[in-house]
Design a protein around this ligand. Structure first.
Ligand code: SAH
Length: 469
């Protein structure tokens, strides 16, 4: 984080704007919206600034900037087109320890102005840390389009009833559950449809309804987090990630995906590095049951798809036995994500009519597969957890009849920015581990479809087909 986002109360506080051009006018207007007492210092004033000066709370001093202008102010904006003046203002503000923003020179000041979506009292501020104001504006435009205009009114309504709801539901968990119901239910819909009176009445009714229960029933969401790229999670996964009380996650769940979980959710790492299981499967099953019985909404977040080599079935079996409600959200499995991001179609009319997902990894570390049925022509084989069996895979598939030139792709950390692809043949797999430093997670794709990779690779490439990293 390069900057700390905060919201500053400047109502009735003195603020200084140095400069009288159009840019200064925009900043003055913004400060005025936040209720500041603004002094504008500039030898010349453009018509936009003059209009603002005629309004309340804006005082104008028509002369060059002087040090004493800074006396007593809580915020300074340097917005002249003279770099030397901006620099001088900034230096003085630093000396006086007053927060200062220098327009178009973020590095000179110590705060920057975000792009704002204003649904007061709801505000969304977007910043790129000064890197690209255009990007921030584009993002703001997107947010504008999906935050209903009535969000401000909704927030005010909530504010009006906060205390009575607090008295009615002294327990914070119940209170949160109550508000989640209100804000996603009829009250919000009535307000968005313009029926503020009816919305208030419905809210009042909900508060007084002593029959309603807002004890959160414990529940488990078994959610697939996909192979790494956070853009690949589903809308449903995102929604559940935002409302979970506690998250039990695996090693395979990527950092950017974890970043999207509700900020105040409790995070429990369940591990699962190969041979270094942090929690045994049994204790994970028990943990999920215990948390749900405490009334929590438990997000069990797993890499890829929970039902593909994810032991998701075992986890919900225990929940079903205990009568705990659960739902399962599919995710993009590693085979599909890595194949797409590597440019390898898993089936293809000319090369492969079937595709098979296997895992070679057994509990005791050995590999025990029906090689006969795997080593078939026109079939793609995807090996999960195959990193430690690479030489065996090459040897056995050749021994069971596949040509030794059959192409093999190893996709390491697929769909992430660290994705690496190794293209080999069944024969060259023998000494691969000695030649290359392979790291988990890696998926192995065997079959003629791999030969298309050269042509179809797209991820991490620029428009001329060169790697960008
Ligand atoms: N449920 C998961 C698979 C868990 S088994 C899914 O559906 O994807 C773990 C194996 O998945 C790893 O050993 C590796 O072979 C593969 N894998 C998972 N994520 C991967 C990634 N980002 N890149 C390459 N392989 C991955």
């Amino acid at each position: 984080m390069d900057y700390l986002p905060i919201f500053l109360k400047i109502e009735d506080r003195p603020c200084l704007v140095v400069g009288g051009g159009k840019v200064a006018a925009r900043k003055i207007a913004l400060l005025a919206r936040a209720g500041a007492h603004i002094t504008v210092v500039s030898s010349e004033l453009c018509s936009n600034v003059k209009t603002l000066v005629e309004q309340d709370n804006v005082t104008c001093v028509e002369r060059p900037f002087r040090e004493e202008d800074m006396d007593g102010v809580v915020l300074v904006i340097a917005a002249t087109d003279d770099e030397a003046v901006n620099r001088a203002v900034s230096e003085l503000a630093h000396q006086h320890r007053i927060p200062v923003n220098v327009v178009n020179a973020p590095d000179l000041g110590n705060f920057i102005m975000p792009s704002i979506v204003d649904r007061s009292p709801v505000q969304v501020a977007v910043s790129t840390g000064g890197a690209s104001p255009v990007l921030a504006r584009l993002l703001r435009a997107r947010l504008e389009s999906f935050i209903p205009a009535a969000y401000g009114r909704l927030a005010r309504l909530v504010d009006d009833y906060r205390n009575s709801v607090k008295q009615r539901f002294p327990e914070p968990g119940q209170r949160r559950y109550f508000w989640e119901n209100i804000l996603q239910g009829r009250v919000a819909e009535l307000l968005f449809a313009g029926h503020e009176g009816k919305a208030r009445a419905a809210l009042q009714e909900a508060i007084e309804d002593t029959d309603a229960h807002y004890d959160s029933p414990g529940e488990v969401y078994l959610v697939g987090a996909g192979p790494g790229d956070p853009d690949l999670i589903t809308f449903r996964a995102l929604r559940l990630m935002q409302q979970a009380d506690v998250v039990v996650y695996d090693r395979l769940v990527s950092e950017p995906v974890l970043d999207m979980v509700r900020r105040d959710a409790e995070m429990i790492y369940a591990g699962k590095a190969r041979d270094r299981h942090t929690l045994t499967q049994e204790s994970i099953n028990e943990l999920l049951v215990r948390l749900a019985k405490e009334g929590k909404r438990v997000l069990r977040l797993k890499g890829g798809d929970p039902f593909i080599f994810g032991r998701g079935g075992e986890e919900i079996e225990t929940l079903a036995e205990e009568g705990i409600p659960f739902q399962v959200v599919p995710g993009i499995t590693a085979a599909s994500g890595c194949a797409s991001y590597a440019g390898i179609p898993l089936t293809h009319r000319d090369y492969a009519q079937s595709c098979i997902f296997v895992t070679g990894h057994l509990k005791d570390g050995s590999i025990d597969l029906d090689w006969e049925s795997l080593a078939k022509p026109a079939q793609t084989i995807v090996f999960y957890m195959g990193l430690h069996s690479i030489p065996v895979i090459g040897r056995e598939l050749i021994a069971h009849g596949l040509p030794k030139e059959t192409p093999v792709a190893l996709v390491q950390k697929g769909t992430t920015r660290k994705q690496r692809i190794y293209i080999e043949t069944l024969e060259s797999l023998a000494d691969l581990a000695e030649r290359e430093q392979l790291q988990p997670p890696t998926i192995i794709i065997v079959g003629e479809v791999v030969s298309l990779q050269d042509k179809l690779s797209w991820f991490g490439m620029n428009s001329s087909g060169q790697r960008t990293d």
